[in-house]
Design a protein. Structure first.
Length: 135
């Protein structure tokens, strides 16, 4: 039997709103590749915002651009200083257009909404963890 321990890539993720801008204060990311499975951990803390709006993505995951995603299990495992109303929870999934980005969404009354960038504050932190399988 062979044990595949995989390999790691470290990177500095950014938060990318559809409109407006954000300034990243600190960020850290790690991808661990084990066969076709990629374990992901990415944390971004902001230091300033300027009217962010629309969708919100964590970008750019090294080595995943153009990859076909077979399966995903991602979640927002930690958030701080987001302006969320009661019962609204942030969610995460691979961006359907750019596989090197993770889209952040929110649940609201059973709906999944991607118009989420307006919940950011100048000191927001978002952490996403989980895994994907690539073809």
């Amino acid at each position: 039997n062979v044990i595949n321990l995989g390999y790691r890539k470290y990177f500095s993720p950014i938060l990318k709103p559809d409109s407006g801008s954000v300034t990243v204060g600190t960020s850290k990311g790690q991808l661990t590749f084990v066969g076709k499975r990629v374990y992901i951990s990415a944390t971004v803390t902001l230091s300033a915002i300027s009217s962010p709006g629309g969708g919100l993505n964590i970008a750019y995951l090294p080595g995943l651009s153009g990859k076909t995603i077979l399966m995903e299990s991602l979640h927002v495992s930690y958030w701080h200083n987001l302006t969320l109303t009661s019962g609204v929870v942030p969610m995460a999934k691979v961006n359907t257009v750019n596989s090197d980005q993770i889209s952040i969404a929110k649940t609201d009354g059973g709906r999944l909404l991607f118009d989420i960038a307006n919940i950011l504050t100048a000191s927001s932190t978002i952490q996403v963890d989980g895994f994907i399988e690539i073809a």
